[in-house]
Design a protein. Structure first.
Lengths: 287, 322
């Protein structure tokens, strides 16, 4: 089962003038996201439409044209939105946008209650245990640190048992240890719980290390939708979308250029980069 | 939320846009006071014509003014109707005779039900729909007398009450046009700057108005930001299953709490950050500060001052002498 956007045109300006001019903020010809085992990165420059795209996935925004198909059923004006919102859970960039209760437990169980799930408190505690924040359940969420708040926000969505978890720049403002911990946790959710993860990020290391698929946006258009590792082989695309290379790849490309090495620079972890370099150097391929 | 016109500056290049904000504020204030002096419909009609000239010469699309009139249209129509119906001063002008029968009572109720059902399908022009429903219900009682009569009754229109309601209507229309003229042609920051300069002499009486004008300008600057934040929170909560348009009263209160608490948190955080940022840039409340934009009167400002003064004097003369 999946979520599919086709021939979608969205604009924040709904005036007649904007409609007639044909200008749009985001245009999606076809985008399909499966509800199991996907790990997708959405990348692009600021204002390219990344967040807008994710808000279209669970009908938080309604496009002017095109259709959203969830589990092979087209979403229309009459479609009940709660099941769609439950299926595609969205964690906003800043947790304070969604936290409002006086205890963490109440806040995390807010979603399951709205979705009328059985035993919302149990679901909330389960989600908090998965994230390792069960001991915070009686704390006031506004007294927590940034990283803890983000975990509470994620638990709040996770407790509603979504099939697709969308996170808008979840690692912004986190220290490297918390960032690593959060990403490993997302990997666990993806590999063990088979939840599809969609991640908006500017961090190319995250794209190559964790994501299997990448969607590149530029000025509201999808430039690339495919394998996350193959993405960087297209130099023109990387430049066009104002993306950065992962640090290791950058070094490899520089080395290849400077010493005319016969290597494949598109290696994204230290071990494979090292063996590629070793092969070239010890094999006497360099000049 | 987008239909709130007050405080929505429209960029254009008209003489009203170019006027000094102090001149606009003072002249508008004088004209508004003058309008309350006038109790003659013919003079008010002239003033209304003047307001229309201002509106047209402001180069702001008329629709913007109509939007602000629309906000108070319901109030205006009801005031007008109630004045005409219940204020029985002056000579009788016309008497409407109605007959309430069981049939046209039932038909009236049916029309009302139709109005509510229609409301679910056509969400626009609700006021017009309501007026059409009322007109339909009353014309049935006038022209379709069928079945057992419950009671006949009549409504008499008096000439003085009609004129009085007209005066109220035109007076409010003038006030709305003029105040919208001010807000549509003057940036909120310019209004506060104008107020700041106008009240600056009060500093000699140890009343520092610059703090208040700073507060007003910051508040105005934060309105669009907070509206954007509100939409963002709405979406964040909607993704957690909140349906803002549905549910009973208690559910609605709970939904509002889920919107208001994060709003307060964000507003407070932004305010605290801004206060620190201002302090970091050496802002000290009450200290003498120079202005980046200096206000300077030009010939056109003096002309407008003189014209407004003459107009106010004229209105006082009309009220007390003529």
């Amino acid at each position: 089962m999946s979520v599919n956007l086709s021939q979608v045109i969205f604009s924040y300006d709904t005036s007649r003038k904007a409609r007639l001019s044909g200008e749009y903020y985001l245009k999606v010809d076809n985008l399909n996201i499966k509800d199991t085992n996907e790990f997708i990165a959405i990348v692009g420059h600021t204002g390219s439409g990344k967040s807008t795209l994710t808000h279209l996935l669970n009908r938080l925004l309604i496009p002017q044209k095109g259709k959203l198909v969830v589990d092979e059923k087209e979403v229309t004006k009459r479609t009940k939105l709660l099941p769609i919102r439950k299926k595609v859970g969205l964690v906003f960039q800043f947790p304070e946008y969604q936290i409002f209760e006086d205890t963490v437990l109440k806040d995390v169980s807010f979603g399951p209650k709205n979705f009328k799930l059985d035993n919302p408190e149990t679901l909330a505690i389960e989600a908090m245990e998965t994230l390792g924040i069960a001991d915070l359940k009686d704390r006031n969420p506004f007294t927590l640190s940034g990283g803890q708040m983000r975990k509470v926000a994620i638990a709040g969505i996770l407790a509603s048992k979504p099939d697709i978890l969308v996170l808008d720049e979840p690692t912004v403002g986190l220290d490297s240890a918390s960032k690593e911990e959060l990403l490993e946790f997302l990997k666990y959710l993806n590999e063990v719980k088979h939840i599809s993860i969609v991640l908006i990020t500017h961090d190319m290391e995250v794209v190559t290390k964790y994501c299997r698929r990448a969607i590149v946006l530029k000025k509201g258009n999808i430039l690339y939708d495919g394998d996350s590792l193959e993405l960087f082989r297209d130099e023109k695309l990387v430049e066009d979308a104002h993306l950065d290379y992962p640090h290791l790849t950058k070094i490899m490309i520089e080395l290849k250029k400077k010493y005319n090495l016969d290597i494949d620079p598109y290696k994204y972890d230290a071990a494979s980069a090292f063996s590629e370099l070793e092969k070239a150097l010890i094999g006497g391929k360099h000049e | 939320m987008n239909s709130v016109v007050f405080g929505q500056y429209y960029h254009a290049n008209s003489w009203l846009h170019r006027l000094d904000p102090r001149c606009k504020l003072v002249s508008m204030f004088m004209l508004m006071i003058g309008v309350f002096f006038i109790r003659r419909l013919d003079v008010l009609a002239l003033l209304f014509a003047l307001a229309i000239i201002l509106v047209i010469s402001s180069k702001v699309p008329i629709i913007k003014y109509l939007k602000s009139i629309k906000m108070i249209a319901t109030l205006l129509i009801f005031t007008f109707v109630f004045q005409v119906l219940f204020n029985k001063t002056g000579n009788e002008l016309y008497t409407f005779n109605f007959t309430l029968t069981y049939f046209n009572l039932a038909a009236g109720i049916l029309l009302l039900v139709l109005f509510f059902v229609l409301g679910r399908l056509v969400k626009k022009l609700r006021l017009l729909q309501f007026l059409a429903t009322l007109a339909g219900a009353f014309s049935l009682q006038m022209f379709w007398v069928y079945g057992d009569v419950i009671t006949p009754y009549s409504i008499t229109i008096h000439d003085a009450s009609l004129i009085n309601s007209g005066i109220i209507l035109v007076r409010v229309l003038i006030l709305v046009c003029m105040s919208s003229c001010l807000t549509l042609c003057t940036k909120p920051t310019d209004i506060t700057l104008g107020l700041d300069k106008m009240f600056a002499p009060l500093k000699k009486l140890h009343l520092d108005t610059s703090i208040f004008t700073m507060m007003i300008s910051i508040a105005l600057r934060f309105i669009p930001t907070l509206i954007n934040e509100a939409f963002r929170i709405l979406r964040a909560q909607a993704s957690r299953g909140v349906e803002f348009s549905q549910g009973g009263l208690i559910k609605k209160i709970r939904q509002m709490v889920s919107l208001l608490v994060p709003m307060f948190v964000i507003a407070y955080k932004k305010a605290a950050d801004l206060a620190l940022a201002m302090e970091a840039r050496s802002y000290i409340p009450g200290h003498d500060r120079t202005s980046l934009y200096l206000l300077k009167y030009k010939a056109r400002d003096y002309i407008v001052y003189v014209f407004s003064l003459l107009l106010l004097a004229g209105m006082i003369v009309v009220r007390f002498v003529l």
